[in-house]
Design a protein around this ligand. Structure first.
Ligand SMILES: [Zn+2]
Length: 525
């Protein structure tokens, strides 16, 4: 009896499913204004998506689908690619909400010379945790130098160099997109250019790129750009001058020179590009104000107890406040993350001195920088760029967008607003309000240009067969809301975000789904 009931049930199910026509698509996006990411002008069309791919572009109004998105009056763009992302907290924030809600569908981690290590096993572990956004990684020079030589201020022995080269090779085989350096930071700052060339040659053999946080971005910027160009030439490797900028009052305007250097290198056949975040303030540690020799070997706290060393350290800090990232004004130095005193977060170095009843002189400021470093350092925002440089760099055809933002969530520190606002800010402020670049160019700089740099031909572009990483936004509404004083604000105007064909933002509502994956260069996804 039971058996026959089950048989009838099966027959009913069989005929019911025969009667039901399978929809043509999983998702149809109707009536959108499409920018395909190539920089070309927009066109009106519908997109048909099946699984994780765009399979049809055209008039699909008579087709059927499981789900329909009406994009009437909205811009349909490839999902944004973040060329410089601090993914370090990804294990705590695997869904990457601060990225997805900006329309980012792929983020490149491992910048500034710092990457996970061991590389392959870390990527494998990310496969298991349910990512909300696609991620790709560079392998970091500082990371492997520290593995091999700790924080030593010297050149590597032949053996050590060989070991570092083998680490780069290993990471490239495990899917790294290239090598990153942070030649301003420890221990990268101790390396000579030959070492970087040797390691970049390995990355180049695997079609990797070299992204450089330059040795200097203030005084010394031009020499640092020259060094990066030389590395490109000697190692035959494409170079990205990451978060390109000119910092410190004395260097304002210098982007016209650096961009001319890039153009002339490109004219000689070298492949040099930039990425940039759309703010006139940078973010890094307080230690960037301290001369690097003072930090060598982790001996800073010992050196400052020696009075004569302390004097020259202080002199170096005063110099940097006056001429470099300090921007000549303690009010331009703002704390973002202070683990030893969270009440300082959002306050400036000037505020801190006043609070302690000290005269806010540059000299006293230098003393407090030493104190802050001894306490464990701080995340710090430096308001020390000129808006004209930001605009000029953005207008360059070889500049891509990279947030340099750290994965963030409300209640967690006081991040640079770029963590929440980079992509909407380019579109809302620099395209919509300031009209510095066109919408087609801006989208190209955050999609097609970046995908091409990474060697990805089925992302960053809307075409039949491409992966359905798609961001749909309202060009009149899109805007960043995160500010330096109130950073934990999500942007407006992002209507839909599709990642690998899954809807991660729907009608402006964030869905918190694990739609992302790890993308390994040259390896099957
Ligand atoms: Zn950097």
């Amino acid at each position: 009896m039971k058996k026959s009931v089950f048989l009838v049930f099966l027959i009913v199910v069989f005929f019911a499913s025969c009667g039901e026509k399978t929809p043509d698509f999983d998702i149809i996006i109707l009536n959108g204004t499409i920018y395909d990411g190539s920089g070309a002008a927009s066109f009106q069309a519908d997109l048909g998506i099946k699984g994780d791919r765009i399979i049809s572009i055209g008039d699909l109004k008579s087709n059927s689908s499981t789900q329909t998105i009406d994009a009437n009056g909205l811009i349909v763009s490839p999902g944004f690619i973040d060329m410089h992302t601090h993914l370090e907290p990804i294990l705590e924030m695997p869904l990457g909400e601060s990225l997805v809600r900006q329309g980012v569908t792929l983020a490149l981690g491992g910048p500034d010379g710092g990457s996970p290590w061991p590389f392959g096993p870390f990527l494998d572990s990310l496969d298991q945790i349910g990512l909300g956004v696609n991620v790709a990684y560079l392998v970091g020079h500082n990371t492997i130098r520290k593995e091999v030589m700790q924080l030593d201020d010297r050149e590597p022995s032949a053996e050590e160099l060989k070991l570092m080269e083998s680490y780069i090779e290993q990471a490239m085989k495990e899917g790294a997109f290239g090598i990153s350096t942070g030649l301003k930071y420890l221990p990268g700052t101790f390396s000579k250019v030959d070492e970087v060339i040797s390691l970049s040659k390995i990355a180049s053999q695997y079609d990797g790129i070299y992204t450089s946080h330059l040795r200097e971005e203030g005084l010394g910027l031009l020499e640092a750009v020259q060094e990066a160009i030389m590395i490109s030439r000697e190692a035959s490797i494409p170079v990205v001058l990451t978060h390109h900028k000119a910092i410190g009052v004395k260097m304002w305007g210098a982007s016209s020179i650096t961009l001319a250097m890039v153009d002339s290198a490109r004219n000689l056949g070298l492949d040099i590009m930039m990425d940039q975040y759309p703010y006139a303030a940078s973010h890094t540690g307080i230690s960037v104000l301290i001369p690097s020799w003072a930090m060598e070997g982790g001996e800073f706290s010992n050196r400052v107890t020696n009075p004569s060393l302390r004097d020259s350290i202080k002199e170096g800090i005063i110099f940097n406040i006056l001429n470099d990232r300090g921007g000549k004004d303690l009010k331009r130095i703002q704390f973002s993350r202070v683990e030893w005193d969270s009440t300082l977060e959002g306050k400036t170095l000037h505020d801190w001195l006043v609070r302690e009843g000290e005269e806010p002189s540059i000299e006293n400021g230098a003393e407090f920088v030493i104190q802050a470093q001894l306490n464990g350092g701080t995340g710090t925002i430096y308001h020390a760029m000129d808006e004209r440089d930001v605009e000029r760099i953005m207008q360059h055809p070889m500049t891509m967008i990279g947030s340099d933002g750290r994965l963030s969530q409300p209640g967690d520190g006081h991040p640079h607003p770029r963590a929440y606002g980079t992509f909407p800010r380019v579109l809302g402020y620099y395209v919509g309000e300031k009209k510095i670049i066109t919408l087609a160019d801006a989208i190209h700089k955050m999609t097609g240009l970046s995908a091409k740099r990474l060697g990805l031909d089925d992302r960053g572009i809307i075409k039949e067969g491409a992966i359905a990483d798609i961001t749909i936004f309202d060009a009149d509404q899109i805007m960043d809301k995160s500010t330096f004083t109130d950073p934990h604000q999500y942007p407006t105007g992002i209507a839909f975000v599709l990642i690998n064909g899954k809807i991660a933002v729907e009608n402006g509502t964030y869905k918190a789904i694990p739609a992302g994956k790890v993308i390994r260069k040259g390896l099957k996804e």
